[in-house]
Write a protein that binds this ligand. Structure first.
Ligand code: 6PG
Length: 475
């Protein structure tokens, strides 16, 4: 049963989970009457009952038919259902009720290949379709997420006023941007999440040095993060790291960090980033390390077995005297290198899939609202505006910062290796740096081996063409 309203809703939303519910309230609050539907009817009612003064802008619907009828035509319908089969099922259920000019917008964390497929199917039936990446968690959905749009430009333009109104703003610019055709927006969101994994992992690694290497208390670590949040590392993830390390457990009074089990969850977007990078031959070692670290964190019993067998490492971290400045600088260098990898992956994807993807636009849309928002992203946007093809680590603004801070990254990696504190992401950042400034690498050995066992041939440094070595093939 739909509440009878004199005016039809301007937009509809299906899926009142945390993100969908908050997004609906955000849309209603920005002055767009919205119809909502959830498979479980009681959730729809509870949501509406709890919407307070916004309730009158919200039409709760109990059937899909009522939902579709409640939205003004041509319709725009946002899907906020779990990624995967649920999206296809929802589209299949909707299609018989829709007109061909009705627009479906998948706002979940979809795999971009699926968005490509769904966009092509919509195209084939002459209907518009958008895949939009929405970042910012619960708070972002309610008060301003970052929105990464993909699909036909005309379809985006139809809903841009709503999306721009609900999005976060960086100064006066809304963080809602059309980035390209079909699955582009979801691809960018996937890479956002890959970077998110690496950013989080590097912070966790620095935390482990303060905690295990320096023996600092949780609240002292929180103070360090809070202080860093005033400087070049200023970002949402550093800000929340300060909060979580300072928090005390309600039941025991202990630092909450000490009672959280060290087994990290993941829904899969970080893994997708790694899979896509491998498909494209792009190197994102920091993100790969972060995903592997989450996988290894889940192997808790094995880690316990390892500790019992080999013992924990007992060597100190450096001389044991806290050098907080070194850690800050290491994190600055790691962060630049991690983002350099993420943006390089976007560049590789744009080339392979022939997307006209603007890296400055991506950096700009990430400046506010999303999980990886940070001061540095504004400088990254500027760097890509100056040179859209640059690797961030070579950019005029970032190469001097990297030169200045990389020695501390190396120091931290060295000391942690000595102390047996695993730093997969930071060490991978260092590995990337070292590879990227090595003019002549060891790949000559790989080529020699390949030619030896498989006659795969190699190029020479002194002559053009393809060559074989003087080995068993006799050439
Ligand atoms: C965001 C987040 C959001 C979510 C992911 C990551 O941008 O708002 O990335 O999409 O937190 O689901 O979660 P996992 O860590 O479970 O993969």
């Amino acid at each position: 049963m739909a509440v009878v309203m004199s005016e039809k809703a301007q937009i509809g939303l299906i899926g009142l989970g945390t993100m969908g519910a908050n997004l609906s309230l955000n849309i209603a609050e920005k002055g767009f009457p919205i119809a909502v539907f959830n498979r479980t009817t009681s959730r729809t009612d509870d949501f509406h009952a709890g919407a307070g003064t916004l309730a009158e802008a919200i039409t709760p619907c109990h059937t899909l038919e009522a939902f579709v009828a409640a939205i003004q035509s041509p319709r725009a319908i946002i899907l906020m259902v779990p990624a995967g089969e649920a999206v296809d099922a929802q589209i299949d259920a909707l299609l018989p009720l829709l007109n061909s000019d009705d627009l479906i917008i998948d706002a979940g964390n979809a795999n971009f290949h699926e968005t490509n497929r769904r966009a092509a199917a919509a195209d084939a039936r002459g209907a518009p379709y958008l895949g939009i990446g929405v970042s910012g968690g619960e708070e972002g959905a309610r008060h301003g997420p970052a929105i990464m749009g993909g699909g036909k430009r005309e379809a985006w333009n139809r809903v841009a006023p709503v999306l721009e109104a609900i999005a976060a703003r960086y100064e006066d610019t809304p963080c809602a941007t059309w980035l390209g055709e079909s699955g582009t927006g979801h691809f960018v969101k996937t890479v956002h999440n890959g970077i998110e994994y690496a950013d989080m992992q590097m912070i966790a690694e620095i935390y482990s040095i303060m905690h295990d290497g320096y023996g600092m208390t949780s609240s002292a670590i929180g103070d360090v993060f809070a202080q860093w949040n005033e400087g070049p590392l200023k970002s949402y993830l550093i800000e929340i790291s300060a909060e979580v390390t300072r928090a005390a457990d309600r039941e025991t009074g202990r630092p909450v960090m000490d009672i959280i089990l060290d087994r990290a969850g993941q829904k899969g977007t970080g893994r997708w980033t790694v899979i896509e990078a491998q498909q494209l031959g792009a190197a994102i070692p920091c993100i790969e390390a972060a995903v592997s670290a989450r996988n290894l964190s889940a192997q808790l019993p094995d880690r316990k077995t390892g500790e019992a067998l080999f013992g924990p490492s007992l060597r100190p971290f450096g001389d044991g005297n806290p050098d907080i400045g070194m850690l800050e600088r290491a994190l600055i260098a790691g962060k630049i290198l991690c983002y350099a990898q993420g943006f390089s992956l976007l560049k590789a994807a744009a080339k392979a899939y022939e997307w006209d993807l603007s890296l400055p636009d991506v950096a700009r849309v990430w400046r506010a609202g999303c999980i990886i928002r940070s001061t540095m992203l504004n400088d990254m946007a500027a760097a890509f505006t100056t040179d859209p093809d640059t690797n961030l680590m070579f950019a005029e603004t970032f190469s001097p910062i990297l030169k200045e801070n990389e020695p501390q990254l190396r120091d931290v990696v060295l000391k942690a290796t000595g102390a047996g504190i695993p730093l997969p992401a930071l060490a991978s950042a260092q590995f990337y740096f070292d590879m990227m400034r090595t003019g002549r690498s060891s790949a000559n050995m790989i080529q020699a081996q390949r030619d030896f066992f498989g006659a795969h041939s190699f190029e020479r440094v002194d002559q053009p063409g393809s060559h074989h070595g003087p080995w068993n093939s006799g050439v």
